[in-house]
Structure formats: structure tokens, C-alpha cells
Design a protein around this ligand. Structure first.
Ligand SMILES: Cc1cc2nc3c(=O)[nH]c(=O)nc-3n(C[C@H](O)[C@H](O)[C@H](O)COP(=O)(O)OP(=O)(O)OC[C@H]3O[C@@H](n4cnc5c(N)ncnc54)[C@H](O)[C@@H]3O)c2cc1C
Length: 377
């Protein structure tokens, strides 16, 4: 690896921007290439675990300035409408992705990162480093970080394994006007999916649901699907009937995949969802995306110009697995349990009888507050 060269980060979502801020703080030249402009709404539950706060504060990017909603309670309901509630062990905050991503983008610019609004079309690696073809230029870098999210045209170009697998999930999200407790995040089950509800900084309610695509396509349209499927859960029926859509129309994304991904592909270090997406039911994808950015940045800072690329790749994969592999596996088991109709009812009645299990389950899908190594301070 050559020192003092510009590092390129492909994708400017939470993972890419956080990694850029961290590397810049350590004195690196960083370029983020992002195909979209900011601010931009994204399909997301918009509940962020507090575990990322110390790290964001250390990066001088405390989202508290955006006045997010402080969330301390979790409510879960079954299709049949029984409901349990618990205190969230670590808690979190409700902040729209449009505001959060835009805030990190502005911070990255302020700190001297370069951000290019270009779409990367292809990536090639040789002993000279990486060559990126974008829609307007060809760019070179000795070190490339892949932060292009859960599914990108680049995954196809890079022949990543997961891209050919069936991805049966669809997600829908919009903001609504209405009454909802500021400090609450609710997860309401329906047949074949679940719906997350919490408030964001604008005082609007973010409603985001994930469903099996096969089930969704049986219905004429979104409205029909919501009425026939979601409304069987009385809490969701009440929610939709007592709120008013604040978007022109809801946003949706299909082909969401929770399969394992390569952590390094063609020497690109993958961070955030590009490395793996935990089931959104666990409410911690953003925490993991930011945490993986931190691990990647720390290793680059430690090894840049000293050790070789392969060693960096091995160390990154090792640390990623040590931090996230068990969490991902638990999230997968938990989601298949809670999204399976009959099993979900049994699991929920167990939780109603033994409510102390719920905080334990949350802890297993979340990490500890992200601390900074003294050597990096
Ligand atoms: C339905 C659903 C609900 C969720 N709810 C929650 C929740 O409540 N809490 C939580 O913590 N997590 C949640 N998550 C997970 C969370 O949204 C992700 O983990 C998080 O967005 C990952 O950030 P990222 O930076 O890796 O990816 P992204 O935020 O997707 O950023 C990737 C960026 O790369 C850019 N890009 C892609 N291809 C190219 C290209 N070719 N050239 C240039 N740029 C490119 C994209 O435009 C994008 O901006 C949810 C996920 C889903 C699917």
C-alpha cells in the first residue's frame, strides 16, 4: 500500500460517511463517491441504537443537534393483537435518514472530505491499485472501501454470490401525521411481516414495514394489502386509521437480502450493509453499519503504509466476524421465529409470561456503546 494517497469510499450512506469522517480526523485525504444528492429519504425504520453516540460525538458529529426523539420503550404486538412492552436496555433515538445522512454529509464536507456526486459503474483492481469508472470520469485509488449498501449494481459487476440468490422481501416506508408517544418504538406483527413505528425529529411518525414479496403481490395495490393484511392486527388498523400520510406516496424497495456476503471482494473492504445486513426486526442495522466503518477506519489508520493489503483484509474480516457474526446469526433465528405465524404466537405468549426475556433478546442483537481506543484519540 502506498501512504499519503487518497482513499476512495464507494457510497455515501451512514457507513461511508462515518468512515470518511474517521479517516479524515486521522489526517487522510478521503473522497466519497455517492450517486444520489442529499437530503434523500431512505426506506428505514429510523430507530438508531444509542450505542453509536459516543463514537459520533468523538467524530464531532453528535446528532443531538438535530433534536431526535429520545426512545426508551419497546412495544411488540402479535397478529392477534396481544401486546407486551419493555424498557430498552440502552435506548436509542428517532431521526429521519434524510436528516441523519445529510448531517453527516455536511460534517464530512466541513472536515475536508471530498464528496463527488457520481455513480460508480465499474471497478477494476490491478497491482497499481483500483480504477473506478464513474458516469463522468475514471478515478484511481490505492485503497477502496465498499459502502454501497444492501444492493447495488456494483454487486452484479463484482459477481458477488448473494446477488444471484432469491431475495423475497419488500419494504415500504412513509412519514405520517398523528399521535404517537415520542419515547416509544413499536413492532407490530402481521402475517408474513412486521411493521416498525416511531417518531422522528420533525414530529412525524415513521411507519416502515417489511413483508414477504409473494404475499404482497397477491393484492391489487399497497392500500389493498394494508387493509387486508396489516389491519388484521388491531394496533396497525388503529394506527393507519388515525394518521395522515405526510409523503406524496410511500417509498418502497424490493429484493432485500439477508444472506451472507463477502467481507472483502476483489480487495475492496466492505462496510455497512455491503458487508451484511442484520434483519431490521433487530433495529440495529445502522449501529452495525457505523460500527463496521469504525473497525475499518481504525485498522487502516494502524496499518496504512506499514503492512500489506492482504494483512489488512485478513484483520478486517477477523474483526468484523468477532463483532457481528453471532449477532447476525441470532437476528436471523429471531426473525424466522417472530415472522412465522404459528411459532410467533407461541413465542409471544412465552414473552408475555416471562417478560424479562425480552431485554435479554435485545442485548443479543445489540452491542455495547462504541468506545475509542486511547491510541486513536
Ligand atoms: C426495511 C428496513 C428497515 C430498517 N430499519 C432500521 C432501523 O429502524 N434501525 C436500524 O438501525 N437499521 C435499520 N435498517 C438497516 C439500515 O437501514 C441499514 O443498515 C443502513 O442504512 C446501512 O447503511 P449503509 O451506509 O451501509 O447503506 P446505505 O445507507 O444504503 O448507503 C449506501 C449508499 O451507497 C450509494 N450507492 C450505491 N451504489 C452506488 C454506486 N454505484 N455509485 C455511487 N453510490 C452508490 C447509495 O446511493 C447509498 O447512499 C433497516 C433496513 C431495512 C431494509
Amino acid at each position: 500500500m502506498q501512504a499519503n494517497n487518497n482513499i476512495i469510499i464507494a457510497g455515501g450512506g451512514l457507513a461511508g460517511l462515518t468512515c470518511a469522517l474517521h479517516l479524515r480526523k486521522a489526517g487522510f485525504e478521503v473522497t466519497v463517491i455517492e450517486k444520489n444528492t442529499y437530503p434523500q429519504h431512505k426506506v428505514c425504520g429510523e430507530y438508531i441504537s444509542n450505542e453509536v453516540l459516543p463514537y459520533l460525538q468523538w467524530l464531532d458529529a453528535d446528532p443531538g443537534i438535530l433534536q431526535p426523539k429520545e426512545i426508551t420503550r419497546l412495544q411488540i404486538s402479535t397478529v392477534k393483537g396481544s401486546q407486551i412492552e419493555c424498557h430498552l436496555p440502552l435506548g436509542g433515538f428517532g431521526l429521519s435518514r434524510a436528516a441523519f445522512d445529510h448531517f453527516l454529509y455536511s460534517k464530512a464536507l466541513e472536515k475536508g472530505c471530498k464528496i463527488l456526486n457520481e455513480k460508480i459503474l465499474d471497478i477494476a483492481y490491478s497491482s497499481q491499485g483500483f480504477s473506478l469508472k464513474t458516469d463522468t470520469a475514471t478515478r484511481q485509488t490505492p485503497l477502496l472501501i465498499g459502502a454501497f449498501g444492501k444492493r447495488s449494481s456494483l454487486d452484479k459487476k463484482l459477481h458477488r454470490h448473494f446477488i444471484d440468490q432469491k431475495s423475497p422481501w419488500l419494504a415500504v416506508k412513509a412519514h405520517y401525521r398523528g399521535e404517537f408517544d415520542d419515547n416509544l418504538v413499536a413492532l407490530h406483527n402481521f402475517r408474513g411481516g412486521y411493521c416498525g413505528v416511531s417518531k422522528v425529529e420533525t414530529n412525524l411518525i415513521n411507519i416502515c414495514y417489511l413483508t414477504a414479496y409473494d404475499q404482497f403481490k397477491k393484492y391489487q395495490n399497497m392500500e389493498d394489502f394494508q387493509q387486508q393484511v396489516l389491519f388484521r392486527n388491531k394496533h396497525l388498523k388503529h394506527l393507519f386509521e388515525h394518521t395522515e400520510l405526510a409523503f406524496e406516496s410511500p417509498l418502497s424497495i424490493a429484493q432485500i437480502c439477508f444472506e451472507k456476503k463477502e467481507l472483502v471482494k476483489d480487495h475492496i473492504l466492505m462496510i455497512g450493509d455491503a458487508a451484511g445486513l442484520i434483519h431490521p426486526l433487530c433495529g440495529n442495522g445502522m449501529g452495525m453499519a457505523i460500527h463496521s466503518a469504525k473497525i475499518c477506519a481504525e485498522l487502516i489508520i494502524e496499518q496504512y503504509g506499514i503492512s500489506d493489503q492482504l494483512q489488512l483484509e485478513r484483520n478486517y474480516s477477523k474483526q468484523w466476524k468477532a463483532n457481528f457474526e453471532q449477532r447476525m446469526a441470532f437476528g436471523k433465528r429471531l426473525s424466522s421465529l417472530l415472522l412465522n405465524g404459528a411459532l410467533s404466537d407461541i413465542a409471544m405468549s412465552m414473552l408475555v409470561r416471562f417478560p424479562s426475556i425480552l431485554p435479554q433478546m435485545i442485548k443479543r442483537t445489540h452491542g455495547q456503546p462504541l468506545t475509542i481506543l486511547p491510541s486513536h484519540d
